[in-house]
Design a protein around this ligand. Structure first.
Ligand code: ZN
Length: 287
C-alpha cells in the first residue's frame, strides 16, 4: 500500500501540537515536565486509539449502498435487514464498525458481506491480531503471554484467547506440514520440482539441534488415568547460505580468523524450521 506522505505529515503535525499544548499546560499549572517515557507511552496510546477509530471508520466506509436482496450460500435469498454494528478485536483493541446485515432465508443463516470480504467474525480476533497472539503463545507460556501482550499492544487479552489463537495457528501449521509430508512421498511432485527447481543456492548449509520440551499435563488418548506431564523432543533445523564478512564489519573473532588466513563467513537468508514431536515422529527417516 502506498501512503500519502503529505496526509501522514499533517496528522503527525496535529498530534505533535496536541501534545505540546498538553505539556505546556502542565508546566504552567505545576511547573513539572513529563518524562520522555511518559510522553512516549501517552503518544502510543493516542496512536492506538486513532488506529482503532480509523479501522472502524474504514470498515464502515467500505459498505456500499446495500442491495435489497442477495444470494444465500444455501441457494436461497437473503433480504437486507438494517445496518448493524459489529465488534472485532483487532491489533488496536475492540474495534466497532457498521455494515449491512442480511437475513430471512429459510435456512435461518444471516450474512454480512463486508465480514466475508475481510474475513471478519464478530466478537472474534482479526487475522492481524491472531498472528501476534500466536507469536506470543509460541514464545511464552499461556499464563505469561497476557502480561507481555498488554505491554506491546496496550490492551488486555485473556489467557484463553491466546491459547485458542495459538492452537488454531498450530492446527494450520499441522495442515501445512501434512501437505509437505504428502509432497515428500509424491513422486510426480518431486519430479516436477526437479525439472523446475527455481532458484538454487550455490551452497546451502544446514544445522540441527534438539531440546526437551515439557508439555503441560493432559490425559493420554488411550489411558483414562489422570493427566500427567510429558517431555518431548523438539528439533530446530536451520538452513542458511553464507557470505564473506567485509573487513570493516568483522568481529574480533572474525579478525583473528582472517589473520590466520581463514575466510570470515556469516550466515545469510537464515530459514528456521521447528519440528515438533508430531512431524518428527512421522518423518523419522528425515530427521
Ligand atoms: Zn440460506
Amino acid at each position: 500500500m502506498n501512503y500519502n506522505t503529505e496526509a501522514i505529515n499533517q496528522m503527525a503535525q496535529q498530534l505533535a501540537e496536541m501534545f505540546k499544548s498538553e505539556v505546556t499546560a502542565q508546566q504552567e499549572s505545576d511547573g513539572s515536565t513529563p518524562t520522555i517515557a511518559h510522553i512516549e507511552a501517552d503518544m502510543r496510546e493516542a496512536l492506538r486509539q486513532i488506529g482503532n477509530q480509523a479501522l472502524g471508520l474504514f470498515l464502515s466506509s467500505m459498505q456500499a449502498k446495500p442491495e435489497k436482496e442477495i444470494a444465500c450460500s444455501c441457494g436461497g435469498r437473503l433480504r437486507y435487514q438494517r445496518m448493524r454494528e459489529a465488534l472485532v478485536i483487532s491489533v488496536f483493541g475492540r474495534t466497532v464498525y457498521a455494515r449491512a446485515y442480511y437475513a430471512g432465508c429459510s435456512c435461518k443463516e444471516g450474512k454480512a458481506p463486508i465480514d466475508e470480504q475481510f474475513g471478519l467474525k464478530p466478537g472474534a480476533v482479526t487475522a492481524g491480531l491472531a498472528i501476534l497472539l500466536a507469536l506470543a503463545g509460541i514464545e511464552f507460556s499461556y499464563d505469561k503471554s497476557p502480561k507481555w501482550l498488554q505491554a506491546y499492544l496496550l490492551f488486555d487479552i485473556s489467557e484463553n484467547t491466546v491459547r485458542s489463537e495459538t492452537e488454531q495457528m498450530g492446527a494450520l501449521q499441522e495442515k501445512r506440514e501434512d501437505v509437505l509430508i504428502q509432497q515428500s512421498q509424491d513422486e510426480q511432485y518431486l519430479q516436477g520440482r526437479q525439472r523446475n527447481p527455481g532458484r538454487i543456492a550455490p551452497r546451502l548449509y544446514g544445522s540441527i539441534d534438539a531440546a526437551k520440551v515439557r508439555i503441560e499435563p493432559r490425559p493420554k488418548q488411550d489411558e483414562e488415568k489422570e493427566a500427567h506431564e510429558d517431555w518431548r523432543d523438539m528439533k530446530m533445523l536451520c538452513w542458511f547460505e553464507v557470505e564473506t564478512v567485509p573487513p570493516s564489519q568483522r568481529s574480533k573473532r572474525q579478525r583473528k580468523k582472517a589473520a590466520r588466513e581463514q575466510i570470515a563467513l556469516r550466515a545469510r537468508k537464515v530459514r528456521e524450521i521447528i519440528m515438533g514431536y508430531r512431524l518428527h515422529s512421522q518423518c523419522g527417516s528425515v530427521s
